[in-house]
Design a protein around this ligand. Structure first.
Ligand SMILES: NC(=O)c1ccc[n+]([C@@H]2O[C@H](COP(=O)([O-])OP(=O)(O)OC[C@H]3O[C@@H](n4cnc5c(N)ncnc54)[C@H](OP(=O)(O)O)[C@@H]3O)[C@@H](O)[C@H]2O)c1
Length: 280
């Protein structure tokens, strides 16, 4: 079974549009982009396009590549205090001179629609999430939409980043999976992976997960966004692993669209939680 992220994301966007329209509110997302990285600019543009589709207002706060940590934080403080803004998204990665963790901590937890603020990570781990990071949230939506059982299953999350691997493991744990988190120091990844009923790969290495690493019938979710010889591909050797896996998400068209749909859901939620002061 091929897990179609575009289809599910469209369903979720349709739902957000309906919710926004019937709420009588106009949620507003602010994006903070530091520098001119083409990939980051493309992601920010896609987020603004998604906002437009679901009638969420979006505003840009662009800063030069030379911006210092203090300048980025000052901009975020302005957005925190602006009552017309419901959600703030800081596009990562930030340039090397900017202290990313200080910037993330400067975002008001009530507007942190990316869910990266330590308060929101803590709430997630406590089992009482407020804003769930968008990529793991989108993956859980995919598993639900495809009725993939999670309770009691062995799940392996490859990668332990704060934006994907760690929150992904927490969400699977809350759904009663038995979790292994693998990372670059994991001994014998293949052995660990072959035991897993569900594999989520967020490593960032093109076609690293090969067919012999996957248990027959396993569910394989590929988060990776990599380029190999100019072609976009995931962490998984899709063409071969699809013959072994029970279900698999492709790249492109799998997790990526779900990340954006989840951001729209979080922004709508943020607006509702702030009682939607931004009534048109
Ligand atoms: N589709 C989407 O919407 C979306 C969203 C976010 C990210 N992504 C993509 O997902 C990938 C991961 O993103 P990220 O932000 O989580 O990356 P990251 O911060 O670079 O983390 C990569 C993780 O992979 C681990 N790793 C590296 N080599 C490994 C190996 N050989 N075996 C096992 N683990 C290994 C690292 O381990 P250590 O901790 O030991 O270094 C680290 O925990 C990237 O390709 C990124 O572009 C996609």
């Amino acid at each position: 079974m091929i897990i179609d992220g575009r289809l599910v994301a469209q369903k979720r966007l349709d739902l957000v549009l309906k919710q926004v329209e019937s709420s009588g509110c106009q949620p507003c997302l602010a994006t903070v982009l530091v520098g001119e990285d083409p990939g980051s600019k493309m992601y920010v543009r896609m987020k603004h396009e998604a906002c437009e589709k679901v009638h969420i207002v979006s505003v840009k706060a662009d800063l030069p590549a030379t911006a210092a940590t203090g300048e980025v934080i000052t901009k975020i403080m302005e957005l925190n205090q602006d009552p017309s803004i419901d959600g703030i998204l800081v596009q990562l990665p930030l340039p090397p001179q900017v202290d990313a963790s200080r910037v993330i901590q400067a975002v008001s937890p009530e507007k942190d629609v990316d869910g990266f603020h330590p308060c929101n990570i803590g709430l997630l781990y406590a089992g009482t999430p407020r804003f769930t990071p968008c990529t793991p949230k989108g993956i859980m939506t995919l598993l639900e939409e495809y009725n993939i059982p999670v309770r009691g299953e062995r799940a392996l999350v490859a990668g332990r980043s704060i934006d994907v691997g760690r929150p992904m493991a927490a969400l699977l744990l809350h759904r009663d999976a038995t979790i292994t988190i693998a990372h670059s120091k994991t001994r014998d990844l293949k052995d660990e992976m072959r035991r897993a009923d569900i594999v989520v790969s967020a490593i960032g290495k093109p076609r690293f997960i090969t067919a012999d690493m996957v248990k027959p019938g396993a569910v394989v979710i590929d988060v990776g966004i990599n380029y190999l010889d100019g072609t976009l591909c995931g962490d998984v050797d899709f063409d071969r692993v699809k013959d072994v896996a029970g279900a698999i998400s492709p790249v492109p068209g799998g997790v990526g669209p779900m990340t954006i749909a989840s951001l729209m859901e979080n922004t709508y939620m943020a607006a509702m939680e702030r009682s939607c002061t931004n009534v048109p």
